[in-house]
Design a protein around this ligand. Structure first.
Ligand SMILES: [Ca+2]
Ligand SMILES: [Ca+2]
Ligand SMILES: [Ca+2]
Length: 184
């Protein structure tokens, strides 16, 4: 009787181990392009809030390296925030990831600090053209996950998963030995 309870407990522990919380956070509804993951988040919030939300999700507000990436990202929505800003130094636009600027696609006359108001945050229009704007809660946004990041995360997860399996296996063997000795 006691042994049956203990064995049932061991089986349940083992099954729980299969779903142990070691796997990386899966991204729902994300799309992969050139090895990077992208997801449109349809909250209409400020650029700064969008930046923070993407970081909370383990990625960053989207950065654009070339025409192809720009075309791909512009297909997500009519207007989105992108991770380009000159908030640190007026006149010196930078990607939030610190990556080198290899491509820009400003609309004619932009960036323009429209109406004499200091606009420091870039948004992409549906045609893929960029505009500077103020930090207002006006746009959805696209988060991006770098390929190296997700690979490291997966490798770590599968390693942790393997260790958790081996750990459970040894615990069960040890407990079974204890049970056998007691019942003799
Ligand atoms: Ca990018
Ligand atoms: Ca500005
Ligand atoms: Ca502008």
């Amino acid at each position: 009787m006691d042994n049956r309870i203990i064995i049932s407990f061991l089986i349940i522990s083992f099954l729980l181990g299969i779903t142990s919380p070691f796997r990386g956070t899966a991204q729902n509804e994300s799309t992969i392009f050139n090895g990077h993951e992208y997801e449109l988040i349809t909250h209409y919030i400020t650029w700064a809030e969008a930046k923070e939300d993407c970081e909370d999700r383990g990625g960053h507000l989207v950065t654009i390296s070339n025409f192809e990436e720009n075309e791909f990202v512009s297909s997500f929505a009519a207007v989105i925030w992108i991770g380009f800003t000159e908030e640190v130094n007026e006149g010196s636009w930078q990607w939030i990831t610190g990556e080198t600027i290899t491509y820009t696609n400003w609309a004619p006359g932009e960036p323009n600090n429209y109406g004499g108001i200091d606009e420091d945050y870039a948004e992409m229009g549906g045609d893929g053209r960029w505009f500077d704007n103020i930090n207002r809660d006006s746009n959805p946004y696209v988060c991006e996950w770098e390929p190296d990041y997700s690979e490291d995360n997966e490798n770590f997860s599968s390693l942790a998963f393997l260790f958790s399996r081996v750990f459970f296996f040894f615990i069960i063997i040890i407990l079974l030995i204890i049970i056998r000795r007691r019942t003799r």
